[in-house]
Ligand binder design. Structure first.
Ligand SMILES: NC(=O)c1ccc[n+]([C@@H]2O[C@H](COP(=O)([O-])OP(=O)(O)OC[C@H]3O[C@@H](n4cnc5c(N)ncnc54)[C@H](OP(=O)(O)O)[C@@H]3O)[C@@H](O)[C@H]2O)c1
Length: 331
């Protein structure tokens, strides 16, 4: 079968589309013939930083959807022919304060979804809602799950809240915008791109402001109940300035850098809450899919490539041209 493999060289030079051997599911596992897969910022980190040429070859990718084509011994929850989406959160079943020891994400260190077939634990596949196309189902798992936990479990978003989402170009951010609107919040977003801001307004944002502009002026003194900032160093202090006293800021990403300076006095006088979040559990994954189905939420799909065009797909993500999800169609 064909797969996008990272091997022998570090960075993008180590990526190639090649023939690899199909695997057979062991007890408790299923094999999925993939129809579509999705790219995440994590795939860039894996290829550029985490997976080294000295490591065994790795099939990249965390998101995917397809049809079950083989099941291992003892699997009763799914059968051959079922249309499923893959939850990339490995070893984290129930909602909890943090993932348990042994938690991992599909696509590093274990083989991922940029492949014609994949073997995963049966507990990691969930029935694909019929209203989603294969491409929509294939691109959503990691980003939508992260958005769901950050917004609901950690941020405790509620109807009537004012929510600010910096960097709306991010795949996770577009889900947060859709989820927060469905939950009844007023949602403001920022972007460096006027065009992405305009698209966000079409998706439902109540206001889109320039990430590089003067947020005090653009928000006209309005303060936020909840801010979910995954841009990191470039925006976190601007975000904090827009939080109401006692408000909450959730972070789960730092695309522009991990290190920040924090004015502690302003922080404690403001009685602010700063929460970390990461991915989500199997329980949250199921809740998230039910929520999406209830509100008929469709992922914002930026562009979908065949596996052969993996270089173009990675380059689009690396240069940040996308709004929403970049995907691969496979079968
Ligand atoms: N912890 C987890 O479980 C988890 C899961 C998923 C993602 N993440 C992290 O969350 C982050 C978002 O991931 P992603 O794949 O959705 O998106 P991404 O491609 O990293 O996009 C981040 C967004 O940040 C904005 N941005 C980038 N550079 C900026 C700058 N210099 N100034 C202002 N804004 C800037 C851009 O928005 P505009 O183009 O609109 O300006 C961009 O679209 C990443 O850091 C990722 O690693 C973490």
């Amino acid at each position: 079968m064909k797969a996008i493999v990272h091997a022998e060289k570090d960075g993008f030079d180590g990526l190639s589309l090649c023939e690899v051997e199909e695997k057979t599911p062991k007890a408790g596992e299923v094999r999925v013939k993939l129809k579509a897969a999705g790219l995440n910022h994590r795939d860039l980190f894996v290829v550029l930083n985490r997976h080294k040429h000295t490591d065994p070859p790795l099939i990249v990718g965390s998101d995917g959807a397809g049809v079950v084509d083989a099941i291992g011994e003892g699997v009763t929850s799914v059968k051959i022919g079922d249309e499923v989406m893959i939850n990339p959160s490995l070893g984290w079943k129930e909602k909890s304060d943090a993932p348990p020891v042994g938690f991992d994400i599909l696509g590093h260190p274990t083989d991922g979804t940029f492949s014609e077939k994949i073997v995963v634990p049966a507990e990691n596949v969930v029935t694909k809602p019929a209203y989603l196309t294969w491409e929509e189902a294939g691109v959503l798992s990691l980003a939508a799950l992260t958005a769901y936990r950050a917004l609901f479990t950690r941020g405790k978003v509620q109807s009537g809240m004012k929510v600010l989402i910096p960097g709306i170009g991010s795949g996770v951010a577009t889900f947060m915008l859709q989820f927060a609107k469905a939950a009844g919040a007023t949602v403001y977003v920022t972007s460096r791109s006027k065009e992405k801001g305009e698209k966000a307004l079409e998706i439902g944002a109540d206001k889109a402001i320039d990430s590089n502009g003067d947020w005090d002026m653009e928000l006209n003194g309005e303060k936020m109940d909840l801010i979910i900032d995954c841009v990191g160093a470039a925006t976190i202090n601007k975000s904090l300035k827009q939080l109401r006293q006692g408000g909450t800021i959730v972070t789960f990403g730092s695309s522009t850098g991990d290190m920040i300076q924090l004015n502690l006095r302003e922080f404690f006088y403001g009685q602010f809450n700063l929460l970390g979040s990461t991915m989500g559990s199997g329980e949250e994954y199921k809740e998230m899919i039910a929520f999406m189905e209830k509100y008929q939420i469709r992922p914002v799909v930026d562009q979908v490539f065949p596996l052969e065009q993996y270089k173009e797909a990675f380059s689009r993500l690396e240069t940040g041209k996308q709004l929403g999800k970049i995907g691969f169609y496979i079968g």
